[in-house]
Ligand binder design. Structure first.
Ligand code: PDD
Length: 281
């Protein structure tokens, strides 16, 4: 696989980053994941805009222009012959040459920019999209700036492991009984045809897929309510689903012990998935 590191396209084994890189020592970096379907980048613009915002919130320098980023994405997709898959992008505050809590001087420390592709043949036709997934609920103990897409992903990783151990596929996180989001996706419930999802704040990531799906839902005259919902309300919902760049719209058929509806993906989730894939490709 060919990867990109600070201006160069390299075989993955030759891409080397300093041990003093701030992301390695302090999780001082931000990232984006953009999906590729049929060789086409999905929602690149949204991801580029959110990256810009994440960088700004952390006083980090942009490594290059948006146009350059698009070019690098396209080049990697072409070089690696990606039909269906993902492009991972990470920007870190760079490697100042020693460990120090204070941010290094941006005049002397350049950001580290890394991109690589992941090939996922049949990404849009994942078996889970037909069966739906089971989620467990866990406490959301992450920090208070979840709107910034940082590489601080230890708790989401632990959440996925807790789910696996419980025989589930993923976890939804809750704060005072209210659902924030999934470990790597935004969370939704459907009751009497109405789609409910938490509103945007510093408490959740402002999903790029979320924005597109809510727009498509409204265009299709579906009812959308952006508000808090509790895990109890979720367990009593008619259906549920999650959205993310890698899962698109994925039905949820069980939350903790509660099986939703007849235990199969619901009509709203199925329809939204179809619309999303049709409109994005
Ligand atoms: N995760 N919430 C969290 C905590 C996420 O990590 C993600 C994305 C989302 C959905 O955002 P978007 O629709 O922009 O992908 C919501 C990516 C896919 C990941 O970490 O791999």
């Amino acid at each position: 696989r060919t990867v990109y590191l600070n201006g160069e396209y390299l075989p993955e084994t030759e891409a080397k980053v300093s041990i003093f890189d701030r992301a390695f020592l302090m999780a001082d970096g931000v990232y984006e994941v953009t999906s590729v379907l049929g060789g086409k980048l999905i929602d690149f613009d949204g991801h580029a805009k959110r990256l810009e915002r994440s960088l700004g919130e952390l006083d980090m320098k942009a490594p290059c222009s948006k146009e350059d980023l698009l070019q690098i994405h396209r080049e990697l997709v072409a070089r690696n012959g990606i039909e269906d898959g993902l492009v991972y992008l990470q920007v870190t505050r760079g490697a100042p040459g020693d460990r120090d809590f204070a941010f290094p001087d941006p005049e002397t420390t350049e950001p580290t920019l890394v991109l690589f592709t992941q090939s996922k043949p049949g990404l849009a036709d994942a078996p889970a999209s037909r069966t739906g997934i089971k989620v467990i609920s866990i406490d959301d103990i992450r920090w208070g700036r979840r709107d910034i897409k940082t590489v601080q992903l230890l708790y989401p990783s632990m959440g996925k492991m807790m789910a696996k151990k419980a025989g589930a596929d993923d976890a939804w996180m809750t704060e005072d009984g209210v659902v924030t989001e999934g470990t790597s996706n935004n969370a939704y419930i459907v009751k009497n045809g109405r789609i409910v999802t938490r509103s945007l704040s510093n408490d959740i990531l402002h999903g790029i897929t979320r924005a597109a799906v809510l727009r498509f839902a409204r265009e299709a005259q579906m009812e959308v309510e952006e508000r808090d919902f509790t895990i109890e309300e979720a367990r009593e919902a008619d259906e549920a689903f999650v959205t993310s760049a890698s899962a698109f719209v994925l039905p949820v058929v069980q939350i903790d012990e509660a099986v939703l509806g007849d235990g199969a993906p619901g009509p709203v989730a199925k329809r939204l998935r179809e619309i999303y894939l049709d409109e994005s490709r």
